[in-house]
Design a protein around this ligand. Structure first.
Ligand code: TXA
Ligand code: MG
Length: 311
C-alpha cells in the first residue's frame, strides 16, 4: 500500500524523511507529479526505473531547492544564470556538464556526462527539497509510456503498491512537463514545455535552435511516450461514430481543452482529459491546436500520444 500524505507540515516532513531513507515518494510540482528519489542513491534510483518499468537508457531530471544546490553538481555558465534568473523557480530544465566528484548516481544520467537540473515552482516541492536537503531525481510519476500524472489519483492508478507515498496537493497548475534546454553548446530546445520558445528567445535576445518536430533529441524521448491505451487521431474536425472527441475552442467534443481557446488552460487540462477519455476505451479524436506558445508543448505530447505503439 502506498501512503497518501497530505501536503501539510507533517506530510512534508514525512516525505523528506522517506526520501532521505532511500524510499520513493511522488511529489506535486507545478508541471506534473514527479516520482522522487535521492539522486545520489543508486538503489533508490534503480527503484524508480523498476516502479515505472522504464527503459534504463532514459536519463532523469534532478530537482534542486535553489541555484546553489544546482551548482554543486553542474558547471554553471552565464547563460545558465540568465535563464535561471528569468525562469527559476519554474518549468525550465537546464542540461549542463557534470562537475567532477558530483556524487550523482550514474543511473540518473544514464552514463551521460551532462545533467538535467530544475528548480520547481511549487511550494510543496520546494519545501520537501529544502527539508530533505538532497538533490531529488524525479521523472513523471506514471508507468513508462503512459500519460503523465497531474493528480495524486493518476499517480496511484499507475503506481499504488510500488512506491512508499504520494504527497497529495491536488491538480498541477501548468499541466505539461518542463521545457528542456541544452546548454552544452549553443542553447538548444530539447523538449518544448511549460516555458515557451518565444519566452526563451526574449530573455536570451537571440533565436533558440529547435529540432525538427519529428526528430527525437532528448535521449529516451520515445515517439510513443505519453500514450493512452486508445488510438489517437489528431487534427480532427469532428469525431467519427466510434470515437470520443477531445475538443478545443469552437470545435467542441466530449471534453474541451479550453472553450475560450486559452492555451494555458488547455495545457493544464491536457493529461487529465486524456486520462478520462482513455477510460472510455474508445479511440480518441483530437481537435487542431494552434502551434504557438504553449501549443508547441501540447502538440508535442499529442503527437507522441498518437504515435504507433511499440510495446
Ligand atoms: O516537468 C518535468 O520536467 C517533470 C517534473 C516531474 O519535473 N519531469 C519530467 O521528467 O518530465 P521525465 O523523466 O518524464 O523527462 C525527463 C526528460 C527525458 O526526456 C530525458 O531524456 C531528458 O529529460 N533528459 C534528462 N537528462 C538529460 C540529459 N542529460 N540530456 C538531455 N536530456 C535529458
Ligand atoms: Mg515522463
Amino acid at each position: 500500500m502506498t501512503d497518501r500524505l497530505t501536503s501539510d507540515t507533517f506530510g512534508i516532513d514525512r516525505a523528506a524523511t522517506l526520501l532521505r531513507e532511500g524510499a520513493l515518494v511522488a511529489l506535486p510540482t507545478e508541471t506534473v507529479y514527479g516520482l522522487g528519489a535521492d539522486a545520489r542513491n543508486s538503489d533508490a534510483v534503480a527503484n524508480i526505473y523498476a516502479a515505472k518499468g522504464r527503459p534504463s537508457f532514459n536519463p532523469l531530471i534532478v530537482h534542486v531547492s535553489d541555484i546553489e544546490m544546482a551548482r554543486r553538481f553542474v558547471v554553471w555558465s552565464d547563460t545558465a544564470q540568465t535563464l535561471a534568473d528569468a525562469f527559476w523557480p519554474g518549468a525550465l530544465t537546464l542540461v549542463l556538464p557534470l562537475k567532477p566528484d558530483h556524487g550523482i548516481s550514474s543511473l540518473v544520467t544514464a552514463g551521460l556526462t551532462t545533467l538535467a537540473v530544475r528548480m520547481p515552482d511549487h511550494p510543496v516541492a520546494l519545501a520537501v527539497l529544502s527539508r530533505a536537503g538532497i538533490p531529488i531525481a524525479a521523472p513523471s510519476a506514471n508507468l513508462s509510456g503512459r500519460i503523465s500524472p497531474t493528480t495524486a489519483n493518476h499517480v496511484l492508478n499507475d503506481l499504488d503498491g510500488k512506491i512508499a507515498a504520494v504527497l497529495d496537493n491536488g491538480p498541477c497548475p501548468v499541466g505539461v512537463e518542463s521545457t528542456i534546454v541544452g546548454l552544452i553548446e549553443t542553447p538548444t530546445l530539447l523538449r518544448p514545455g511549460g516555458v515557451t520558445q518565444e519566452d526563451l528567445e526574449t530573455v536570451l535576445k537571440h533565436s533558440v535552435e529547435a529540432p525538427e518536430p519529428d526528430t527525437i533529441t532528448a535521449p529516451g524521448q520515445l515517439a510513443s511516450h505519453y500514450a493512452p491505451t486508445a488510438q489517437v487521431r489528431l487534427n480532427a474536425a469532428q469525431a467519427e461514430e466510434h470515437e470520443v472527441m477531445l475538443g478545443f475552442g469552437e470545435i467542441g467534443g466530449d471534453l474541451n481543452l479550453s472553450e475560450t481557446s486559452d492555451l494555458i488552460e488547455a495545457a493544464s487540462n491536457l493529461f487529465d482529459h486524456l486520462h478520462k477519455l482513455d477510460e472510455t476505451q474508445q479511440p480518441i479524436a483530437v481537435a487542431p491546436i494552434p502551434n504557438t506558445g504553449l501549443g508547441q508543448a501540447i502538440n508535442d505530447r499529442l503527437k507522441r500520444a498518437a504515435a504507433p505503439k511499440n510495446g
